[in-house]
Design a protein around this ligand. Sequence first.
Ligand SMILES: Nc1ncnc2c1ncn2[C@@H]1O[C@H](COP(=O)(O)OP(=O)(O)O)[C@@H](O)[C@H]1O
Ligand SMILES: [Mg+2]
Length: 450
Amino acid sequence: MRALALAAALAAMPVLALAVMAGAGWASPIPALVAIALTLLVALGVASLWMHDIGVLTEAVRSLASDVPAPAPGHPALALLEEPTRAVESLARRVATSGALVDRLQRADAAIVERLPDPLIVLAADRSLLRANAAARVAFGTDIGAVLRHPGLHGAIERAFANGTSQTADLTLPVPVQRDVNAAVVPMDPSLADGGQAVVVLSDRTQERVLDRMRADFVANASHELRTPLASVIGFIDTLRGPAADDPGAQQRFLAIMAAQGARMNRLIDDLLSLSRIELMEHQAPSEDLDLPRLVSRFVAGYAPRLAERPAAPDVQIAEALPRLHGDAGQIEQVLQNLLDNAVKYGRPDGVIRLTVQRALPGGRWPARSGVVLSVADQGAGIPREHLPRLTERFYRVDTSRSRAVGGTGLGLAIVKHIVNRHRGQLVIESEEGVGTTVSVWLPEVVTEE
Ligand SMILES: Nc1ncnc2c1ncn2[C@@H]1O[C@H](COP(=O)(O)OP(=O)(O)O)[C@@H](O)[C@H]1O
Ligand SMILES: [Mg+2]
């Protein structure tokens, strides 16, 4: 329809002129009519081609305006529209590139939030949950709603939205297990690509608090362990100066006790120092070769005097042709010393102490990798099951007075545990009441890299 109107507009003047000329007798009517018809025809043709080109351009511009990616515009039939079409083409390319860039930035924004290692919650303008990243889903699962409703965090969110500044809050979440969480609410201006108006970063401080508590407990325990013998020594010094000043018999007795207490403090300090030394190097696995069979036989030979006091000879079995191991000989000797000491101290005096070194069967109770197991078994009274998981804690003893009476510091198994950790091994304590205790240390075979 519009093509017709355009054609009429184009042809109007020449047709009118020809008609006037024919009417006035300046042109013969037949050629004038033919000319009029030709003019109309050409005008119609040009108009319809033009309309087509404009249609193509309009379509191209319209698709640029919409979200649909712009297809390359068709080609104009008339050279007249060539230039605008090319301009639209380059515009379309520009729009497409910046569209891809915006898309990439949006996805990058989502990926950063999703993959940050700290739990992160994105809030919408109405303070509702927009999304929670993977770490938050793992840490809080379905409790995220409860976390957001926590009065402390709720207040921090309100303040952050009201002031436009970051706010923090310390929360204690009672369920499912008590957790100490530090929350930082960071308002987002401009907002995130998905419309997020604020980000809540949660850091679980439970572990730190537990460690702080453990450190404090450790210092308290260590001081207490040292104070007891120290108090006794000070007490005896007073006695020796005063009431026992003229009693050589009592003096001898008291001095013997004082010597024993001094030795106990010495042992404690030795154990504390070796524990801290081992802890300092725990992250660094030993890299020197360890000839475990040789080390064990030599150690047992040196330990023989203590074992000789016992009625039953120890049963020592060391397998041959064992996998290659890395290890710190001094530390493995410390392990042997502590395990044999325990077997001697807590085992049945007339029982057999069995020491074995053998290849570990992968799988089952040992890791799937190949390795070697060193174990010390005694036939003592055993350890009640509930104590087993805690034996490697510092100063943990089943029976403190018995341990003290036999010269224990309560640190032996903690030292063993740290040495085994440093060797990337495993420590297993098995015990059956009335039957005996077996402590096993698994050490991994050296993996030789080609
Ligand atoms: N072979 C064992 N039989 C029975 N109880 C054991 C044995 N080994 C360790 N225990 C218990 O574990 C506790 C911790 O051991 P350890 O850390 O070596 O400290 P310590 O021997 O100085 O008391 C001991 O006090 C004892 O109660
Ligand atoms: Mg011990």
